[in-house]
Design a protein around this ligand. Structure first.
Ligand SMILES: Cc1cc2nc3c(=O)[nH]c(=O)nc-3n(C[C@H](O)[C@H](O)[C@H](O)COP(=O)(O)OP(=O)(O)OC[C@H]3O[C@@H](n4cnc5c(N)ncnc54)[C@H](O)[C@@H]3O)c2cc1C
Length: 341
């Protein structure tokens, strides 16, 4: 008789989160990953949980909004079970307004946010943000209170500790038992078949600079994310072509220069880590969730791309609904078949 209800393949943020949702509902779960916890894209350092712009609402934006609203409870449950911090904090975000057109757009988005975010978070144009802010040529900034941050690697380690504390084995190898959830990142997209998606490399750096309660900044396409441990993450490159997905190079120096130009207070802060990983990008750029067509009892949770940490709590919920209860609440654009050619 099987001693496990669900086998999760992949100990990245998607696999660990799905495992956690299943364990919390009383399922017996094992996680198998030959690389160990956080061996893929999830073992990184950036962790911006930043919303899509509040306009042209669609299922992906609504799903992400729900997930961001679930994040506090999700990470609290992990901290309570593990005794470890994920570094989660809903510290908000500040972005500069670059020109008159941007100001008009930012104000319109503020109006949309009031409606779409249901009063649970704000998006406002402000003129006073204090010293911790990116350079703004207009003297205006956008401040939102929906954005949060988590430390990706610490979050994965906390999730792993929460899981093992509840009797879930995390192994480097093992035999599939029960339902099998494939949360295997870029390798999993390849396994789904040609055209399902590809890897997009990203490089990021960690500075020693203590701004732990300050909001994250987004300027000149760079994320500047203060973590709770007195570091600030800077990211990221976005590379479709690369030879070594784990190597850092001069492209990262370019990102660092843009970060310092946008936020001169960071100049001189020591770089304590450089890191690179490969994001799983599906054909549709959206998550790929659901039953694996033609493979009974097998499921897929993939396609986190650039917002996998932001999407994880809701991905975990809908996957646990499907795998354990047969309840299918997956948005149509996320279905596996949509990403198969
Ligand atoms: C530089 C960079 C910055 C990023 N910044 C952010 C950010 O600010 N905010 C955000 O939300 N997201 C961010 N992301 C994206 C995020 O990291 C990814 O979306 C997320 O990590 C994907 O998680 P995953 O679990 O699907 O895949 P992965 O973390 O890649 O995990 C897949 C796992 O599957 C394992 N595996 C492979 N094959 C098998 C097999 N056959 N059996 C078992 N296990 C297997 C691998 O070893 C790996 O551990 C960033 C990514 C990068 C690279």
């Amino acid at each position: 008789m099987a001693t496990v209800d669900v086998t999760v393949r992949g100990a990245g943020i998607f696999g660990l989160s799905v495992a956690w949702a299943c364990v919390q509902r009383g399922a017996r779960v094992q996680v198998i990953d030959p690389g160990g916890v956080g061996a893929g894209a999830s073992g990184g350092i950036v962790g911006a949980l930043a919303p899509h712009t509040p306009e042209r609402w669609n299922e992906k934006k609504a799903f992400q909004f729900d997930s961001l609203m679930m994040a506090q409870g999700f990470w609290d449950s992990v901290a309570a079970a593990s005794g470890m911090s994920s570094g989660y904090g809903r510290t908000g975000r500040i972005q500069p307004v670059m020109d008159a057109r941007g100001l008009e757009l930012a104000r319109a988005r503020g109006d949309e946010a009031a409606r779409l975010w249901q009063g649970r978070a704000t998006w406002e144009v402000v003129q006073n943000v204090g010293d911790w802010a990116p350079v703004s040529p207009t003297g205006y900034w956008i401040r939102d209170t929906l954005s949060a941050r988590v430390h990706p690697r610490q979050g994965c380690l906390a999730l792993a500790a929460a899981l093992t504390g509840q009797g879930c084995a995390i192994r480097r190898e093992g035999i599939d038992q029960g339902a099998v959830v494939w949360a295997t990142g870029v390798a999993g997209l390849r396994d789904l078949g040609a055209g399902a998606g590809n890897g997009v490399k990203g490089q990021a750096a960690l500075l020693s600079f203590d701004a732990r309660t300050a909001p994250q900044l987004f300027a000149d396409t760079v994320h500047i994310v203060p973590h709770s441990d007195g570091t600030v993450a800077i990211g990221s490159t976005s590379e479709r072509e690369f030879e070594d997905g784990q190597a850092t190079d001069g492209l990262l120096e370019g990102v660092l220069e843009r970060a310092i130009a946008a936020c001169p207070v960071l100049r001189g802060a020591p770089v304590v880590q450089r890191w690179a990983g490969v994001r799983p990008r599906s054909r549709s750029r959206a998550p790929v969730l659901g039953a694996w067509p033609g493979r009974a009892g097998h499921f897929v949770a993939n396609g986190g791309f650039k917002i996998g940490f932001g999407m994880a709590p809701k991905v975990a919920q809908v996957m646990a609904d499907l795998v354990l209860d047969g309840r299918d609440a997956i948005p149509d654009p996320f279905r596996v078949a949509v990403n198969l050619v």
